[in-house]
Design a protein around this ligand. Structure first.
Ligand SMILES: Cc1ncc(COP(=O)(O)O)c(C=O)c1O
Length: 448
């Protein structure tokens, strides 16, 4: 039996054993890409909070949008045939920004809730369309889609299931796209993609494509290790899904709103999703909001089901909160007016240049970078892809050392993930990578 916790907050995604040695980091304030803890120590937050504070921590326009929205209408739902003017306007603006691909927007309060909602809509649609066997959802190893029962079932990360009696039995698991770790010796990227797409096809065929409602996928996996797919991967998957008649749900909770450059992450890879889930960066993290953008087919099926059952038996109080909607609208304006796509291209270039410098360290196996997402994968020997003994918890120790050096990164096993605010400039990128290099070398020195 564990001792009674002394921490008043049950921190998520945290090994609670750390509290025996250290206290949680408690942040008092932030400015730009920097945050300050209650003792006054400053950090560069190279994770943007939890992949969400995309404009840093002091954006005057977003703060003003929230403040004035609070004065106009501080609370209102999107339910019972009523909604706020802000939510209504945001829905129109999102659909316009998506250039006609989608027909309606469902508002939630978080990414998990958006994913859970799209699962329910897929099931509702399969019943409404007279194909009630179409309930399976294809999902990938290392994928992450949130923590509610359905969303967590989609995860391909073992700690999301252990002890929770998950996954629920509606998923078809297929390979992730992680060339560096998973390719066979001598296998080219194209051959590797060919192999994993063939495995994907055979897993779906075993389950029966006629039983599959959709495949859900992050355009670039974030929590699974910032896995940037080889360029051949998405075109091959697009052909496969088209061939099998399976719609794609793009989970853009991290990849949306400029994180990969374009407003929608699927555009970076030319994907044609039937639905998109967003949250986090939709408000640059300044207010909780999630959304599902539904294509015409799903829109029709959901509306038809709501008519035939007499009600859409799904919803939430806080989905589409008027203040969150106002912040999201201000964010959409900011993204357009400040040329974020071009800024992200510059951020990607400087992240890539600086991180590639780390490859001279023998323990750096691979660096990955796309848009404002990046990762450094540590290995006992990078060249031969020999991993560290997990017991050594190298990634966690490097992240802890980085924190001592005033840098926040996320350890995902021995992968160090970077997701700096999209306003991070070249000088700050150099500072982030320099602190990370110092953290890696200091941690390994402690070992010897
Ligand atoms: C791809 C993806 N989907 C869904 C979620 C869940 O979002 P939330 O934490 O807002 O519930 C996350 C969270 O990190 C995510 O990365």
């Amino acid at each position: 039996m564990a001792e009674l916790a002394t921490e008043p907050i049950v921190y998520s995604f945290t090994d609670h054993r750390v509290y025996r040695e250290e206290s949680p980091l408690v942040i008092a304030e932030g400015e730009g890409i920097r945050i300050r803890d209650t003792a006054g120590k400053e950090y560069i937050d190279a994770l943007s909070g939890l992949w969400h504070a995309n404009l840093g921590f002091s954006d005057a326009e977003l703060i003003e949008a929230a403040t004035s929205a609070y004065r106009r209408l501080p609370a209102f739902p999107c339910a019972l045939g009523r909604g706020s003017a802000e939510a209504q306007a945001l829905a129109h603006e999102l659909l316009a920004a998506a250039e006609g691909r989608f027909s309606s927007v469902y508002f939630a309060a978080s990414g998990s809730e958006a994913v859970e909602s799209v699962l329910k809509f897929l099931w509702l649609a399969s019943n409404a369309d007279g194909t009630p066997d179409r309930k399976l959802v294809v999902t990938r190893d290392s994928g992450f889609h949130g923590t509610t029962l359905g969303a967590a079932s989609l995860a391909g990360i073992p700690n999301q299931h252990a002890g929770f009696d998950l996954p629920l039995p509606f998923t078809v698991r297929v390979p992730r796209a992680h060339y560096y770790r998973d390719h066979l010796d001598g296998e080219s990227r194209a051959e590797y993609v060919d192999r994993i797409v063939r495995t994907t096809r055979s897993r779906i065929e075993e389950a029966g494509p006629e039983n599959v409602a959709a495949m859900i996928a992050e355009p670039v996996m974030a929590a699974g290790g910032v896995l940037v797919p080889p360029e051949e991967y998405w075109p091959a998957m697009d052909r496969l899904l088209t061939d099998l008649g399976i719609p794609l749900v793009a989970d853009e909770v991290v990849c949306g709103f400029g994180r990969l450059g374009p407003l929608f992450g699927h555009r970076r890879f030319g994907l044609r999703p039937a639905a998109v889930t967003v949250a986090k960066g939709i408000t640059a993290g300044y207010a909780p909001l999630g959304a599902v953008l539904l294509g015409p087919d799903l829109t029709r099926s959901v509306a038809g089901a709501a008519e035939s059952y007499g009600v859409l038996g799904h919803g939430s109080t806080f989905g589409g909160h008027p203040v969150a909607a106002a912040v999201a609208r201000a964010h959409l304006r900011a993204l357009a007016e400040r040329g974020i796509e071009a800024r992200v291209a510059a951020l990607e270039a400087s992240l890539r240049t600086c991180l590639e410098g780390l490859l001279e360290l023998p323990v750096v196996g691979e660096v990955r970078c796309v848009g404002g997402l990046a990762a450094v994968e540590l290995m006992a020997d990078g060249a031969s892809r020999r991993p560290f003994d997990p017991e050594r918890r190298i990634g966690r120790r490097v992240a802890r050392k980085a924190r001592e050096l005033g840098l926040i990164v996320r350890d995902l096993g021995d992968v160090l993930a970077l997701c700096p605010p999209l306003i991070t400039d070249t000088g700050d990128v150099a500072e982030i990578v320099s602190r990370l290099r110092d953290a890696i070398t200091a941690t390994l020195k402690e070992e010897t």
